[in-house]
Design a protein around this ligand. Structure first.
Ligand SMILES: [Zn+2]
Length: 172
């Protein structure tokens, strides 16, 4: 299974499929780099996903995604490794119709055969902090100044807004 593998959601749901593995984050779309304020995506992604048939006939995906991603600290502007985790509980429609999600499930992309990477990337984008930063104890700026600037730069917000806009645009 590679990030570019297309998932047959129907078959995975019918067989109670389980997918688990890791891949290089560089395989993910550059729109994620924009949200991380980097030129390219670096790091590693680990995932464990379970597929099931929901009561309403749609496909459910749940599991855990953990990533270490290269990011730019928005406090000191130095690169650092951002830990991101997501626990998706997605109803992915296998038809073009967007059915009401089952209770407790989030609506996912209505794509009958998304790639593994696209599915994971959507979840990572949603899980990213608006302003990625070092933990305070590790950040040279807060250590040196003893004070944390109260104003964030706007760059991570524009990056995220662009990424989300592209995400939404892709759904239409
Ligand atoms: Zn920092």
């Amino acid at each position: 299974m590679t990030p570019w593998s297309r998932l047959d959601l129907e078959a995975l749901a019918d067989t109670g499929g389980h997918l688990e593995g890791r891949f290089d984050a560089a395989a993910l779309d550059p729109r994620l780099a924009g949200a991380l304020d980097r030129d390219e995506v670096t790091g590693e992604v680990r995932y464990a996903l379970d597929f099931q048939r929901l009561a309403n006939g749609e496909v459910g995906v749940r599991g855990a995604i953990r990533a270490r991603l290269g990011a730019c600290c928005q406090r000191c502007l130095e690169p650092f490794e951002l830990q991101v985790s997501a626990g998706p509980r997605l109803q992915v429609s296998s038809t073009d119709e967007r059915a009401e999600p089952e209770e407790g499930w989030e609506p996912g992309d209505p794509d009958p055969s998304p790639t593994l990477g696209a599915l994971i990337e959507d979840e990572l984008l949603l899980a990213l902090p608006l302003s990625p930063r070092h933990p305070e104890a590790d950040c040279p700026v807060s250590a040196a100044a003893g004070a944390v600037p109260k104003t964030d730069t706007q760059r991570p917000f524009t990056g995220l807004a662009r990424a989300l806009a592209e995400r939404d645009g892709r759904k239409d």
